[in-house]
Ligand binder design. Structure first.
Ligand SMILES: Cc1cc2nc3c(=O)[nH]c(=O)nc-3n(C[C@H](O)[C@H](O)[C@H](O)COP(=O)(O)OP(=O)(O)OC[C@H]3O[C@@H](n4cnc5c(N)ncnc54)[C@H](O)[C@@H]3O)c2cc1C
Length: 454
């Protein structure tokens, strides 16, 4: 008998799970609230500008590469330009290039002599991460405060738009946590650790940072096209119900309420998942509803190349909190990938808000444009106002794996053991990056296949 699974949510996690299940011969129905699938992945083409409102790029991993090949998208892959390897940090109001290799730290002007000496002592630090250690505490213990201020803080801001003092090292950066456990030192693990330990697979000749020629949405559009008969858009799920060993969903429009499924996948944000499982586990529902998603404004602005004093030659820059600026950083989108802006023009993507400056999010679009321009001007030297600018405000952007998150993860696992046939695959569980979502979708589809066989 063919088994039927309902996937709730059509972001990359849900689409990829549904695609994998279909390939295994499972009958699948994906239900998406919006008019189109893609979730956070949103590319917009306006004139000659290619804008990413969500992820700008992703790192190649084994599962992602496999998926792209299966979807016959290899020719569409856009590799980051070699120049984009260079990344800047703002220190004392000036942009300074981040060292690309650990040995380059010695000659870098970002860190003081004391910080460099402290860094070298890391291999002798014998202590191990205690329970509930934050990202900031972990790095302060191993490398000292200056590394936290000028390397860790901006890095965390760039990935999570988060606060290193609140994020849990074990949950947000499990690889680093494991490196300390296995090697007793992050430096030793980076220099001598096996590459497979990092779980990454980079095919030869492929830059690790990639997107697609027509933007990130190429991936979700192609997945959706492969699942066109299996997708129901404009359908919002309010509740999951179980009856006689089968699963049902309750939708706002009531259109699918009579269909039964052998399993169900929750691939929606945590604050929506909280409502869907409320009837089964009030405590887990409460915890899911409380996962913090800081607000984030994304501003794209374009300038003629001759109107920017600083020669843009990198990925962009991030700003440490101690610099007390109103923007988190800016990606130089047209330097990273080809065809993001007209000839002779640079497109910049600037971020405001996050856990650091959440209060700025309440400002009007006009005020946010002004903040972005003033900050970019003081850092890059701009001769004129942008020739093009647009904004998107994410009220709840990225889930924060803050201290205490470990309990949520354990409770999700407990919940799945107690409530057979319900699976979670979303960025609030087991990783936030696009690569993590693809990997988790693969894992979830395998778990469902095993479950259905039983
Ligand atoms: C601004 C921003 C920048 C980012 N930058 C990067 C980056 O550079 N690199 C990177 O790797 N990652 C980045 N990320 C993270 C990454 O994009 C996300 O974690 C990932 O796309 C999440 O995918 P998802 O499918 O788990 O969730 P989502 O994309 O949130 O998808 C969930 C889907 O569920 C649907 N839904 C919600 N409620 C219901 C309901 N009741 N019924 C039915 N459907 C529902 C939604 O409409 C949505 O389509 C960024 C995220 C943001 C917001």
């Amino acid at each position: 008998m063919i088994k039927k699974v309902c996937v709730i949510g059509g972001g990359i996690s849900g689409l990829c799970t549904a695609f994998r299940l279909k390939k295994k011969g499972v009958e699948v129905l994906l239900v998406e609230r919006g008019e189109v699938c893609g979730g956070n992945i949103q590319t917009e083409k306006t004139g000659d500008y290619l804008i990413e409102w969500g992820p700008n790029s992703t790192l190649v991993s084994e599962h992602l590469f496999e998926l792209v090949a299966e979807l016959r998208l290899l020719d569409e892959v856009a590799q980051a330009n070699a120049t984009a390897k260079k990344r800047y940090i703002l220190k004392d109001g000036k942009l300074r290039a981040l060292p690309l290799k650990i040995v380059d730290i010695i000659s870098s002007d970002i860190f003081s002599i004391q910080a460099k000496l402290r860094l070298l002592r890391e291999t002798f630090i014998k202590s191990k991460s205690p329970k509930n250690e934050s990202v900031a505490e972990f790095f302060e213990r191993r490398f000292g405060q200056e590394i936290v201020d000028f390397a860790v803080d901006p890095f965390v801001s760039g990935i999570f738009a988060g606060n290193p003092e609140r994020l849990s090292i074990k949950s947000a950066f499990p690889l680093l946590f494991q490196m300390e456990k296995d090697y007793g030192s992050i430096l030793k693990a980076s220099l001598f650790g096996k590459k497979e330990k990092q779980g990454e697979f980079v095919p030869k000749g492929i830059s690790r940072t990639v997107s697609f020629k027509s933007g990130m949405q190429t991936l979700t559009d192609k997945l959706a096209a492969n699942l066109s008969d299996e997708i129901k858009t404009k359908t919002e799920v309010e509740q999951c119900i179980t009856e006689n060993g089968k699963w049902k969903i309750k939708t706002v429009s009531g259109n699918l309420n009579d269909e039964s499924f052998d399993a169900i996948v929750i691939a929606v944000p945590s604050f929506v998942a909280a409502k869907l499982i409320e009837n089964f586990d009030g405590e887990l529902s409460r915890q899911l509803s409380e996962i913090y998603h800081p607000p984030l404004a994304v501003i794209v602005s374009a300038f003629r190349k001759q109107d920017i004093d600083f020669g843009l030659d990198g990925f962009g820059f991030l700003i440490p909190k101690v610099e007390r600026r109103k923007i988190l950083g800016s990606l130089w989108s047209s330097v990273i990938f080809e065809n993001r802006a007209p000839q002779g023009v640079h497109l910049l993507t600037t971020f405001i808000g996050g856990a650091r400056n959440a209060e700025l999010f309440d400002k009007s679009d006009e005020e946010l444009f002004c903040i972005a321009f003033d900050e970019l001007d003081s850092i890059l030297g701009l001769k004129v106002k942008p020739i093009f600018q647009q904004i998107k405000c994410w009220t709840r952007a990225i889930p924060q794996y803050n201290i205490g998150y470990e309990k949520i993860e354990n409770d999700i696992e407990d919940f799945s053991r107690k409530n057979r046939g319900i699976f979670f695959c979303s960025n609030f569980y087991r990783g936030i990056s696009v690569g993590d979502c693809v990997k988790n979708a693969h894992r979830t589809a395998n778990e469902i296949e095993d479950y259905l066989k039983k």
